[in-house]
Design a protein around this ligand. Structure first.
Ligand code: CUA
Length: 321
Protein backbone atom coordinates (compact mmCIF):
# COMPACT_ATOMS: atom_id res chain seq x y z
CA UNK A 1 0.00 0.00 0.00
CA UNK A 2 2.85 2.35 0.86
CA UNK A 3 4.39 1.41 -2.51
CA UNK A 4 1.31 2.66 -4.36
CA UNK A 5 1.03 5.79 -2.27
CA UNK A 6 4.64 6.79 -2.90
CA UNK A 7 4.63 5.76 -6.56
CA UNK A 8 1.84 8.23 -7.27
CA UNK A 9 4.07 11.05 -6.02
CA UNK A 10 7.01 9.83 -8.12
CA UNK A 11 8.08 13.28 -9.31
CA UNK A 12 8.74 14.45 -5.77
CA UNK A 13 10.35 11.19 -4.77
CA UNK A 14 12.85 8.87 -6.48
CA UNK A 15 14.07 9.69 -10.00
CA UNK A 16 12.35 7.82 -12.84
CA UNK A 17 13.41 4.14 -13.00
CA UNK A 18 14.84 3.69 -16.52
CA UNK A 19 16.22 0.14 -16.21
CA UNK A 20 14.78 -3.19 -14.98
CA UNK A 21 17.37 -3.16 -12.23
CA UNK A 22 16.21 0.27 -11.07
CA UNK A 23 12.72 -1.14 -10.50
CA UNK A 24 14.15 -4.03 -8.48
CA UNK A 25 16.22 -1.65 -6.36
CA UNK A 26 13.11 0.44 -5.73
CA UNK A 27 11.05 -2.58 -4.67
CA UNK A 28 13.70 -3.46 -2.10
CA UNK A 29 13.82 0.14 -0.83
CA UNK A 30 10.02 0.29 -0.55
CA UNK A 31 10.00 -3.02 1.33
CA UNK A 32 12.61 -1.68 3.77
CA UNK A 33 10.60 1.50 4.17
CA UNK A 34 7.33 -0.37 4.79
CA UNK A 35 8.85 -2.68 7.35
CA UNK A 36 10.57 0.27 9.08
CA UNK A 37 7.30 2.19 9.29
CA UNK A 38 5.57 -0.92 10.64
CA UNK A 39 8.30 -1.47 13.24
CA UNK A 40 8.18 2.19 14.28
CA UNK A 41 4.43 2.04 14.77
CA UNK A 42 4.70 -1.18 16.82
CA UNK A 43 7.57 0.06 19.00
CA UNK A 44 6.45 3.65 19.57
CA UNK A 45 2.75 2.70 19.69
CA UNK A 46 3.53 -0.05 22.24
CA UNK A 47 5.65 2.37 24.23
CA UNK A 48 2.81 4.92 24.44
CA UNK A 49 0.15 2.28 25.11
CA UNK A 50 2.06 0.57 27.94
CA UNK A 51 3.02 3.93 29.49
CA UNK A 52 -0.66 4.72 29.90
CA UNK A 53 -1.99 1.23 30.63
CA UNK A 54 0.56 0.35 33.32
CA UNK A 55 1.32 3.77 34.78
CA UNK A 56 1.95 4.00 38.51
CA UNK A 57 -1.30 4.78 40.32
CA UNK A 58 -0.26 4.89 44.00
CA UNK A 59 2.81 4.69 46.25
CA UNK A 60 2.21 0.98 46.87
CA UNK A 61 1.82 0.19 43.16
CA UNK A 62 4.69 -2.21 42.33
CA UNK A 63 5.00 -4.54 39.32
CA UNK A 64 5.35 -8.29 39.90
CA UNK A 65 8.95 -9.58 39.66
CA UNK A 66 9.09 -11.30 36.25
CA UNK A 67 12.50 -12.89 35.56
CA UNK A 68 12.16 -14.36 32.06
CA UNK A 69 9.88 -15.90 29.48
CA UNK A 70 11.66 -18.35 27.16
CA UNK A 71 9.18 -18.38 24.30
CA UNK A 72 8.85 -14.60 24.20
CA UNK A 73 12.62 -14.09 24.31
CA UNK A 74 13.14 -16.64 21.56
CA UNK A 75 10.50 -15.03 19.34
CA UNK A 76 11.70 -11.44 19.70
CA UNK A 77 15.14 -12.59 18.60
CA UNK A 78 14.14 -15.12 15.98
CA UNK A 79 11.50 -13.08 14.11
CA UNK A 80 13.84 -10.09 13.52
CA UNK A 81 16.58 -12.58 12.53
CA UNK A 82 14.34 -14.06 9.84
CA UNK A 83 13.40 -10.58 8.59
CA UNK A 84 17.04 -9.45 8.48
CA UNK A 85 18.17 -12.61 6.67
CA UNK A 86 15.36 -12.13 4.16
CA UNK A 87 16.48 -8.54 3.49
CA UNK A 88 20.12 -9.68 3.29
CA UNK A 89 19.28 -12.39 0.73
CA UNK A 90 17.14 -10.04 -1.33
CA UNK A 91 19.84 -7.33 -1.25
CA UNK A 92 22.48 -9.87 -2.29
CA UNK A 93 20.46 -10.95 -5.34
CA UNK A 94 19.91 -7.35 -6.49
CA UNK A 95 23.56 -6.43 -5.89
CA UNK A 96 24.69 -9.48 -7.84
CA UNK A 97 22.59 -8.35 -10.84
CA UNK A 98 23.96 -4.82 -10.47
CA UNK A 99 27.54 -6.17 -10.79
CA UNK A 100 26.77 -8.49 -13.72
CA UNK A 101 28.56 -7.61 -16.96
CA UNK A 102 26.83 -9.24 -19.97
CA UNK A 103 29.26 -10.82 -22.48
CA UNK A 104 27.59 -9.32 -25.56
CA UNK A 105 27.54 -5.80 -24.15
CA UNK A 106 28.33 -2.75 -26.21
CA UNK A 107 31.56 -1.38 -24.72
CA UNK A 108 32.14 2.35 -24.28
CA UNK A 109 35.18 3.92 -22.65
CA UNK A 110 34.62 6.61 -20.04
CA UNK A 111 37.26 9.05 -18.81
CA UNK A 112 36.77 11.28 -15.82
CA UNK A 113 38.88 14.34 -15.19
CA UNK A 114 38.54 17.53 -13.21
CA UNK A 115 35.69 18.38 -14.01
CA UNK A 116 34.39 16.70 -17.05
CA UNK A 117 33.33 13.32 -18.47
CA UNK A 118 34.59 12.09 -21.87
CA UNK A 119 33.22 9.10 -23.79
CA UNK A 120 35.04 7.13 -26.50
CA UNK A 121 33.23 4.65 -28.74
CA UNK A 122 34.68 1.64 -30.59
CA UNK A 123 34.71 3.37 -33.96
CA UNK A 124 36.71 6.29 -32.58
CA UNK A 125 33.72 8.63 -32.15
CA UNK A 126 34.17 10.79 -29.07
CA UNK A 127 31.79 12.86 -27.03
CA UNK A 128 32.03 15.01 -23.94
CA UNK A 129 29.32 15.41 -21.32
CA UNK A 130 26.79 13.37 -23.33
CA UNK A 131 26.87 9.57 -23.24
CA UNK A 132 24.78 8.33 -26.19
CA UNK A 133 23.48 4.75 -25.99
CA UNK A 134 20.84 2.61 -27.75
CA UNK A 135 17.73 1.52 -25.85
CA UNK A 136 17.23 -2.17 -24.84
CA UNK A 137 20.91 -3.03 -25.51
CA UNK A 138 23.31 -4.08 -22.75
CA UNK A 139 26.04 -1.46 -22.39
CA UNK A 140 29.30 -1.86 -20.48
CA UNK A 141 31.24 1.24 -19.47
CA UNK A 142 34.98 0.77 -19.06
CA UNK A 143 36.04 3.66 -16.88
CA UNK A 144 39.23 5.36 -15.83
CA UNK A 145 40.31 8.72 -14.43
CA UNK A 146 42.94 11.13 -15.73
CA UNK A 147 43.58 12.63 -12.32
CA UNK A 148 41.83 11.92 -9.00
CA UNK A 149 39.04 9.57 -7.88
CA UNK A 150 35.64 10.39 -9.36
CA UNK A 151 32.43 8.42 -9.22
CA UNK A 152 30.07 7.82 -12.15
CA UNK A 153 26.49 7.92 -10.90
CA UNK A 154 23.31 7.54 -12.98
CA UNK A 155 20.42 7.98 -10.52
CA UNK A 156 17.72 6.88 -12.98
CA UNK A 157 19.59 3.58 -13.53
CA UNK A 158 20.34 3.20 -9.79
CA UNK A 159 24.02 2.44 -10.47
CA UNK A 160 27.20 4.08 -9.29
CA UNK A 161 30.87 3.19 -9.53
CA UNK A 162 34.13 4.83 -8.48
CA UNK A 163 36.40 5.88 -11.35
CA UNK A 164 40.08 5.57 -10.49
CA UNK A 165 43.34 6.90 -11.91
CA UNK A 166 45.70 4.15 -13.12
CA UNK A 167 43.12 1.39 -13.23
CA UNK A 168 39.84 0.40 -14.89
CA UNK A 169 36.45 -0.14 -13.31
CA UNK A 170 33.27 -1.16 -15.09
CA UNK A 171 29.57 -0.44 -14.94
CA UNK A 172 26.86 -2.21 -16.97
CA UNK A 173 23.25 -1.40 -17.69
CA UNK A 174 20.43 -1.93 -20.18
CA UNK A 175 18.36 1.21 -20.62
CA UNK A 176 14.65 0.51 -21.06
CA UNK A 177 13.43 4.07 -21.59
CA UNK A 178 14.38 6.56 -24.29
CA UNK A 179 15.23 10.04 -23.14
CA UNK A 180 17.86 12.01 -21.30
CA UNK A 181 18.98 11.13 -17.80
CA UNK A 182 21.40 13.05 -15.58
CA UNK A 183 24.84 11.78 -14.57
CA UNK A 184 26.56 13.07 -11.45
CA UNK A 185 30.06 12.76 -10.07
CA UNK A 186 29.44 11.24 -6.66
CA UNK A 187 32.91 11.53 -5.16
CA UNK A 188 34.11 14.92 -3.93
CA UNK A 189 36.96 15.71 -6.32
CA UNK A 190 37.72 19.38 -5.80
CA UNK A 191 36.30 22.84 -6.34
CA UNK A 192 34.42 21.98 -9.56
CA UNK A 193 32.93 18.71 -8.28
CA UNK A 194 29.32 19.94 -8.34
CA UNK A 195 29.61 20.98 -11.99
CA UNK A 196 31.05 17.62 -13.08
CA UNK A 197 27.82 16.66 -14.81
CA UNK A 198 26.83 14.68 -17.88
CA UNK A 199 23.73 13.31 -19.57
CA UNK A 200 22.90 9.79 -20.74
CA UNK A 201 20.98 10.12 -23.97
CA UNK A 202 19.09 6.90 -24.71
CA UNK A 203 17.85 6.62 -28.29
CA UNK A 204 16.50 3.99 -30.72
CA UNK A 205 19.09 1.61 -32.21
CA UNK A 206 18.75 2.97 -35.77
CA UNK A 207 19.05 6.56 -34.57
CA UNK A 208 22.04 5.64 -32.43
CA UNK A 209 23.84 3.96 -35.34
CA UNK A 210 23.37 7.13 -37.39
CA UNK A 211 24.66 9.26 -34.52
CA UNK A 212 27.73 7.03 -34.18
CA UNK A 213 29.01 7.72 -37.70
CA UNK A 214 28.06 11.40 -37.80
CA UNK A 215 30.84 13.98 -38.00
CA UNK A 216 30.04 16.20 -35.01
CA UNK A 217 31.69 19.26 -36.59
CA UNK A 218 30.23 18.98 -40.09
CA UNK A 219 29.53 22.37 -41.63
CA UNK A 220 30.89 24.30 -38.65
CA UNK A 221 33.44 27.12 -38.83
CA UNK A 222 36.69 26.63 -36.95
CA UNK A 223 35.59 29.10 -34.27
CA UNK A 224 32.21 27.32 -33.89
CA UNK A 225 34.11 24.06 -33.37
CA UNK A 226 36.09 25.87 -30.67
CA UNK A 227 32.92 27.15 -29.03
CA UNK A 228 31.43 23.65 -29.00
CA UNK A 229 34.60 22.23 -27.38
CA UNK A 230 34.60 25.14 -24.91
CA UNK A 231 30.98 24.49 -23.89
CA UNK A 232 31.66 20.80 -23.30
CA UNK A 233 35.11 20.81 -21.75
CA UNK A 234 35.94 24.23 -20.29
CA UNK A 235 32.87 25.78 -18.68
CA UNK A 236 33.29 23.98 -15.35
CA UNK A 237 36.30 26.26 -14.70
CA UNK A 238 36.23 29.14 -17.24
CA UNK A 239 33.67 31.66 -18.43
CA UNK A 240 33.49 33.37 -21.82
CA UNK A 241 33.30 36.70 -19.97
CA UNK A 242 35.77 38.22 -17.50
CA UNK A 243 34.04 36.54 -14.55
CA UNK A 244 36.43 34.41 -12.51
CA UNK A 245 35.51 30.82 -11.81
CA UNK A 246 38.12 28.23 -10.79
CA UNK A 247 40.25 29.65 -13.57
CA UNK A 248 40.30 33.09 -15.13
CA UNK A 249 37.46 34.35 -17.36
CA UNK A 250 38.68 34.29 -20.94
CA UNK A 251 37.15 37.42 -22.49
CA UNK A 252 39.77 39.91 -23.58
CA UNK A 253 42.54 37.38 -22.87
CA UNK A 254 44.12 37.47 -26.31
CA UNK A 255 46.62 40.29 -26.57
CA UNK A 256 46.41 41.06 -22.84
CA UNK A 257 49.44 41.04 -20.55
CA UNK A 258 49.57 38.20 -18.01
CA UNK A 259 51.82 37.85 -14.96
CA UNK A 260 52.72 34.43 -13.65
CA UNK A 261 52.89 32.77 -10.24
CA UNK A 262 56.55 31.88 -10.78
CA UNK A 263 57.35 35.41 -11.94
CA UNK A 264 57.69 36.85 -15.44
CA UNK A 265 54.97 38.00 -17.79
CA UNK A 266 54.00 37.96 -21.46
CA UNK A 267 51.45 39.22 -23.92
CA UNK A 268 48.98 36.37 -24.64
CA UNK A 269 49.33 34.90 -28.12
CA UNK A 270 48.43 31.61 -29.85
CA UNK A 271 51.50 29.85 -28.46
CA UNK A 272 50.65 30.74 -24.87
CA UNK A 273 47.02 29.61 -25.22
CA UNK A 274 48.16 26.33 -26.77
CA UNK A 275 50.68 25.75 -23.99
CA UNK A 276 48.08 26.58 -21.33
CA UNK A 277 45.71 23.96 -22.74
CA UNK A 278 48.29 21.20 -23.28
CA UNK A 279 50.50 21.85 -20.25
CA UNK A 280 48.69 24.26 -17.91
CA UNK A 281 51.20 23.97 -15.06
CA UNK A 282 54.01 25.48 -17.19
CA UNK A 283 52.91 29.08 -16.59
CA UNK A 284 50.12 29.57 -14.02
CA UNK A 285 48.60 33.06 -13.97
CA UNK A 286 49.20 35.04 -10.79
CA UNK A 287 46.42 34.60 -8.23
CA UNK A 288 45.37 31.13 -9.44
CA UNK A 289 46.28 27.63 -8.28
CA UNK A 290 47.75 24.90 -10.46
CA UNK A 291 44.33 23.24 -10.85
CA UNK A 292 43.87 22.34 -14.48
CA UNK A 293 44.21 18.88 -15.97
CA UNK A 294 46.53 18.88 -19.02
CA UNK A 295 44.63 18.34 -22.25
CA UNK A 296 47.67 16.89 -24.05
CA UNK A 297 46.46 14.01 -26.24
CA UNK A 298 42.78 14.78 -25.62
CA UNK A 299 42.07 17.23 -28.43
CA UNK A 300 42.18 16.77 -32.16
CA UNK A 301 44.12 19.43 -34.04
CA UNK A 302 40.96 21.07 -35.37
CA UNK A 303 39.59 21.26 -31.84
CA UNK A 304 42.77 22.93 -30.58
CA UNK A 305 42.80 25.42 -33.46
CA UNK A 306 39.09 26.03 -32.91
CA UNK A 307 39.58 26.72 -29.21
CA UNK A 308 42.37 29.23 -29.91
CA UNK A 309 40.24 31.02 -32.52
CA UNK A 310 37.20 31.02 -30.21
CA UNK A 311 39.21 32.45 -27.29
CA UNK A 312 40.62 35.12 -29.63
CA UNK A 313 37.06 36.09 -30.54
CA UNK A 314 35.97 36.68 -26.92
CA UNK A 315 35.87 40.42 -26.47
CA UNK A 316 35.29 42.23 -23.21
CA UNK A 317 31.68 43.33 -22.99
CA UNK A 318 30.90 46.88 -21.95
CA UNK A 319 29.32 45.78 -18.65
CA UNK A 320 32.38 43.66 -17.82
CA UNK A 321 34.66 46.67 -17.55
CU1 CUA B 1 34.59 14.29 -10.11
CU2 CUA B 1 33.46 14.86 -8.12
Amino acid sequence: MLYLLINSAEAAWLPVAATDLAKEVDQLIYFLLEISVLASILVIGGFVYFSIRFRRKSEADKPPAITHHYLLEFLWSFIPFVIFMFVFGWGWLVYDKMRDHPKNALEIHVYGQMWNWDFVYKNGRKSSRVLTVPVDKPVKLIMSSRDVIHSFFIPSFRIKQDVLPGSYTALSFTARKKGKFPVFCAEFCGAGHSSMLATVHVMGLREWEEWLVKDPYKGMSISQIGESVFQKSCTACHTATQEKRIGPGLAGLFGAKREFEKGGSLVVDENYIRESILNPSARVVKGYGNMMTPFAGLLQEEEMTGLIEYIKSLKIEQKDK
